[in-house]
Design a protein around this ligand. Structure first.
Ligand SMILES: Nc1nc2c(ncn2[C@@H]2O[C@H](COP(=O)(O)OP(=O)(O)OP(=O)(O)O)[C@@H](O)[C@H]2O)c(=O)[nH]1
Ligand SMILES: [Mg+2]
Length: 556
């Protein structure tokens, strides 16, 4: 009796009523085979799912204002978890460190070139002499000397105005809630401040000058020394400043070469020519006129004169530098003069405009002059008066000149972490953990590094969707600094408002947020150098309650 069924599939699959025993055997064999294939597919899918579960992918996003330490944190990850690759890349950072040094020296030279009221270096003639002075009077309020533009003063897009869709911190309004943040308006400066410090009346400046009584005292080789009374000594005698500056001229050429090396030519279009520049000085122009290549390199360095050098994240710039491979052995050479060029680390990324190791050669030959410039108490005094605190800034290597200008210099791990290279754009780095990260050794980490300046912040949002955790970098040392891209905005305020915007973003509701308060070492130095009164003024509600300097981090 035929079996009735409503299932059309049954109808199709049902064996024919007149099926012979041979046909039945073939059919059953086919069905068994199909079942085996189906089970194999199921097993593969299950195995893949288990493998995915086992190798978890964690995506981390690094956020924070410019110079907050995002790229440094990324490099720390690389140092800890992919040490071999990190070590192999150290030589590539030498060009960045060379540029950091050259720019620090230029900052000092620029600071000396403007008129400095009440300064022993107020005229070129007197600047060229060694000077003895007692306590100079502090600068009258609002009468700071005209200052040259700050090398970090311009963001690459110069985008300091904000579109209506953006709130004050550069994050798009759709990602932050509540009313647009209000930035306290610090008094507009009469001039463009030379560094990114707040142009405050330093409550301690008076004391500073009081405690340092400068006396003319120089030794025969022109190096600074202390006098027996313990007061600091200003001297460039035996090496007058103008002569010293002339001897440092080759650094300008090196700066041009390093920029040519680090920044791809097409980035140049995005830059803005700076205002009046020492490079426009006809006295200097012949220096660059030796060849077309050199003139071009000079032109590019002119474009970047007042901008911070940046790279797009990712291996691009490293790739360019890596083309010239390192020829370096770890042998210790007792006699530095005996080192042949083939034994030294090669300059990575030869542009074709230089000898294989020209920047290092020039830095080495300028070493004593750079040390003398940086150690001179009178010059330090001018820097203090102009509120230029290079030692608290990024990419500071002037205290290590002896080491970093040696001919066989290979950047240490710490040097790589200290080097400063601004990021523009967004890039994801995959970490195949070389070193087991505890119980998470099967995890693949993907770390996304972004540019933190205001014009860059709108590029963050597309990454909010697909991120497991955010590390937000907030340097707590920035309470007396302003943003490079908007000099009316206090850095600490900017960090707080940016952090609030990130926390209140609905897109990030299910994302783990980690707040890193870094640059504690700089904060400590600032507190020790006597800026506590300013801290009290800048941060409402700060009261150490007798706890000492550490209380600031606790308070945060
Ligand atoms: N002293 C000190 N320096 C730090 C610390 N963290 C970062 N830095 C330095 O700060 C400088 C800026 O750090 P970066 O990592 O380049 O900053 P960023 O957030 O990537 O900046 P952008 O690329 O402009 O967005 C570097 O020279 C770092 O060495 C810290 O905790 N202490
Ligand atoms: Mg960066």
């Amino acid at each position: 009796m035929p079996v009735s069924s409503d299932d059309p599939l049954d109808e199709v699959l049902r064996p024919p009523p007149d099926e012979t025993p041979e046909q039945r055997a073939i059919r059953l064999e086919r069905e068994a085979e199909a079942k085996r294939v189906s089970m194999a597919i199921d097993a593969t899918i299950k195995a893949e799912r288990q493998a995915r579960r086992k190798k978890r992918i964690v995506r981390l996003l690094l956020l924070g204002q410019s110079e907050s330490g995002k790229s440094t944190t990324l490099r720390q990850f690389q140092r800890l978890y992919t040490p071999t690759a990190f070590r192999e890349e150290r030589i590539l950072w030498r060009a960045v460190i060379q540029l950091n040094i050259v720019r620090s020296i230029r900052t000092i030279l620029d600071a000396l070139s403007g008129p400095i009221p009440n300064s022993p270096y107020s005229s070129p003639r007197s600047r060229a002499r060694s000077i003895s002075r007692s306590r100079p009077p502090p600068l009258p309020p609002n009468q700071s000397p005209p200052l040259p533009p700050h090398p970090h003063a311009f963001d690459i897009t110069n985008n300091v105005h904000h579109s209506p869709r953006q709130n004050g911190n550069g994050l798009d309004m759709q990602f932050s809630h509540g009313s647009p943040p209000h930035y306290p308006q610090y008094p507009k400066q009469q001039h463009q401040s030379y560094d990114n410090e707040l142009d405050y009346e330093d409550p301690d400046s008076d004391a500073e000058f009081t405690t340092h009584s400068h006396h003319h005292n120089h030794n025969s080789n022109g190096s600074p020394r202390s006098n027996p009374s313990g007061s600091s000594t200003t001297t460039l005698a035996g090496s007058p400043l103008e002569a010293l500056k002339n001897r440092l001229q080759p650094l300008r050429h090196i700066e041009a070469l390093l920029i040519a090396k680090l920044v791809p030519p097409n980035e140049e279009e995005a830059t803005h020519l700076a205002g009046p520049s020492h490079y426009n000085d006809p006295a200097n122009s012949s220096f660059y006129a030796n060849s077309n290549g050199r003139a071009y390199a000079h032109h590019r360095s002119q474009s970047y004169r007042n901008q911070e050098i940046f790279v797009r994240p990712g291996p691009g710039w490293k790739g360019a530098l890596a083309r010239a491979r390192v020829n370096y052995s770890d042998d210790t050479y007792e006699d530095m003069t005996q080192i042949s060029s083939s034994q030294r680390p090669m300059s990575a990324g030869n542009t074709g405009l230089e000898t294989p190791d020209e920047p290092q050669d020039v830095l080495h030959s300028c070493r004593n002059d750079m040390i003398q410039l940086w150690k001179d108490e009178g010059i330090r005094d001018i820097l203090r008066r102009r509120k230029i605190r290079l030692e608290e800034g990024s990419g500071f290597f002037l205290d290590d000149l002896e080491r970093v200008t040696s001919l066989k210099y290979m950047p240490s791990d710490d040097d790589v972490l200290k080097a400063r290279l601004k990021t523009v754009g967004v890039s994801e780095y995959k970490f195949q953990m070389e070193v087991s990260a505890g119980h998470d050794s099967g995890t693949e980490w993907r770390i996304v590094d972004v540019g933190g300046s205001r014009s860059q912040r709108p590029t963050w949002a597309p990454f909010f969707d697909d991120v497991d955790a955010i590390i937000f970098l907030a340097p707590i040392s920035g309470f007396d600094q302003v943003l490079s891209e908007d000099r009316t905005v206090n850095r600490l305020e900017d960090s707080v408002l940016l952090w609030k915007a990130v926390c209140s973003s609905k897109l990030l509701a299910n994302v783990d947020l980690v707040l890193f308060l870094n640059k504690c070492d700089i904060l400590e130095k600032k507190l020790k150098s006597g800026v506590r009164k300013l801290l009290d003024r800048t941060t409402t509600g700060y009261d150490d309650g007798g706890l000492g300097d550490n209380s600031f981090t606790q308070w945060n």
